[in-house]
Design a protein around this ligand. Sequence first.
Ligand SMILES: *Cc1c(COP(=O)(O)O)cnc(C)c1O
Length: 417
Amino acid sequence: MHEFKYRNNQLYCENVLVGKLAKTFGTPLYVYSYHTLIDHYLKLKSAFSEINPLICYSVKANSNLSILKALIAKGAGLDIVSGGELFRAQKAACPPQRIVYASVGKTDKEISAAIARGILFFNVESLAELKNINRIAKGLNKITRVAIRINPDVEAKTHKYISTGKITNKFGIDLASAYKILLLRSKFENLNICGLHIHIGSQITQSAPFVEAIKKVADFIQRLKNKGLVLEYLNIGGGLGIIYDREAPQTAEIYANEIIPLLKKTGLKIILEPGRFILGNAGILVVKVLYIKHTLKKKFIIVDGGMNDLIRPALYNAYHQIVPLSLRVGEPVSAREKVDVVGPICESGDFLAKGRLMAKVKEGDYLAVMSAGAYGFSMSSNYNSRLRAAEVMVAKDKALVIRKRETCEDLIRNEII
Ligand SMILES: *Cc1c(COP(=O)(O)O)cnc(C)c1O
């Protein structure tokens, strides 16, 4: 569910007319609904209330400071994957004991900064990294908490670029190797290896892969217990799928009901790392139709936002619903036509929709690309020297700019002639 709805054939975000935002702030424009994102956070929180997990919102889904602050204020922690995200977490005043840090390629500088900050723990992805964190912690005269990221070797049944829990993926450590490490954990004098982590992928719509992965890890935890190895945390990652098109993803309740019994049996403190589930349907990208172009084979709707603003269609062949901000009433469905909605970027991969059946649009019309709140702005770039879009947050009747549109000066800020 989300707060982007038509009233009198005009698209609203909460109580604000989206068309008005487009005119006031220009396009392309990201618009977020505060209440949608908070609702999704609370939905997950309440589904898991029985075990009261720490919910660490995955910063990379959408890293705007206002969004981080809004979630932190509701009790969320943060899942970070870089020194830049650690900096954002600090700027958003996230208590360090609510920060967990994953990534296969943490640098010495990033590790030192996170240790100095006193984060809850690192999710460690290799033996080499474990040794390195131990070495750095020793240099800083600190004992640092880490969780071992397990690669449970399960098929997440999602796009291959966002599947992370197969043994052929670069993420995590296989169970046998993790077992060996844990048996020797006292050898890492400056580490407290106190947890396990899994994150098997993103946009997972069925609970079966989650259940399979958690069962594997729960059995593993039991095996460790039998050896007298006690842990404190189990971080089950993110990955919950949302509705873009006709998906029927498991709800937070179904997901929770299926896995809570398994989680309870471990006796560990549970951590969740949702990203897309919280932000995905809480944001849209508003674009303006620049030109309509008929070629010998196709009709193109050329809009002012492209793959530099929203790369998901180009990168994952992802589907985003595209709707007009103003519905034209009384138009028969038969008047719909097949079009490609494309951006201005000089790449044939620059499309927002291909072969899409849409109601007729005119030059100057505004369109909303739905479900663009997660992995939208955070994956945007300056490719073709295009200025990154502005971001606006709506709460009830209020709309606030939470990131200004970039200027040409921003483009060249760090360049030296
Ligand atoms: C990206 C990521 C997440 C969030 O994934 P979603 O599919 O957005 O929920 C969680 N944990 C880790 C380690 C990640 O890399």
